[in-house]
Write a new protein. Structure first.
Length: 292
């Protein structure tokens, strides 16, 4: 029997608790106080149905575990057979899931299941497009915290399905000093010294710089693990790599596009972070067709 966990991308962990929470919240939003009145009014309770989830475009699939959990939460009698698992590249017209069981449950869960798969597959597909542009380089593509409120764990999972990597999940799992922190704290050295005095030995410290002079100042302190190079052109990024000489991890960010990512990769920076992976990914076209 196909389960939600069996369809997870093995290289991109997603907690079963996160799946259950997201599905419960989504169904509660859709079903409201009275449930699916259309299906209850028009479909006899014992009517069976079989449906096929179909990819209507080529891309990378993500979100199938949430689709499975959606239908299973509506009926324990639902049977699901999977043709692919998350992280698979599919061609247009590919059947990804076969769902059979009580017709009411199939119809009630349709939109919620498609919303999850469409949203997450869109993120995975866009991420894969970015990753493809960096082939042959050491660059890793990362997401940011620019995610849909309440869906961060799911969207960051989708980035992993597309071959990308995750930046910090929240404000609590790493120190990322931005320009406003530097301004309030009184400068680069002051803010880094405070960060190091406060954090434990397992907490990484990253600091954002806008100029090569700021980068030199950070390097002189020896207190940062990672430097975020904000909105720098490729010539400046190349010079930053030369200055750093491997002493810190370098991350480029700001204005990263599919057209620019290959040139950024060629500069030698270690990471690129792009909010576009999550906030601007187009929805993946996927449908649920009832089989007669």
């Amino acid at each position: 029997m196909t389960t939600a966990n069996s369809l997870l991308n093995p290289e991109a962990f997603l907690s079963p608790l996160a799946i259950n929470e997201a599905v419960t919240r989504a169904l509660d939003e859709d079903l409201g106080r009275s449930g699916d009145v259309t299906s209850m009014a028009t479909i006899p309770e014992t009517t069976p149905a079989q449906a096929i989830m179909v990819a209507r475009q080529t891309g990378v699939i993500s979100g199938l575990p949430l689709a499975v959990a959606t239908f299973r939460k509506l009926s324990p009698d639902i049977r699901i057979d999977a043709q692919v698992r998350d992280g698979a590249t599919v061609e247009k017209g590919k059947h990804v899931l076969t769902i059979s069981g009580p017709a009411r449950a199939v119809l009630t869960g349709e939109r919620t299941a498609l919303n999850f798969v469409g949203r997450l597959s869109g993120i995975a597909t866009l991420t894969a497009d970015y990753v493809r542009q960096t082939t042959g380089t050491k660059l890793r593509i990362c997401c940011t915290r620019k995610t849909t409120p309440g869906l961060r764990a799911l969207e960051k999972y989708a980035v992993r399905c597309g071959g990308g990597f995750n930046h910090r999940f929240g404000l609590d799992d790493a120190v990322l000093i931005k320009d406003n922190h530097i301004a309030v704290a009184g400068g680069v050295r002051a803010v880094l010294e405070r960060a190091r005095a406060y954090t434990g030995h397992l907490v990484k410290v990253e600091i954002e710089v806008d100029t090569l002079d700021q980068l030199r100042e950070v390097l002189d302190t020896g207190l940062a693990d990672v430097v975020l190079l904000d909105n720098m052109d490729t010539a400046t990024l190349t010079e930053a790599v030369r200055l750093a000489q491997g002493r810190v991890v370098l991350e480029a960010s700001g204005g990263v596009t599919l057209d620019s990512i290959a040139k950024i990769a060629a500069t030698g920076v270690d990471y690129v972070s792009s909010g576009a992976l999550t906030h601007s990914a187009p929805n993946f076209d996927v449908a649920l067709d009832i089989e007669a």
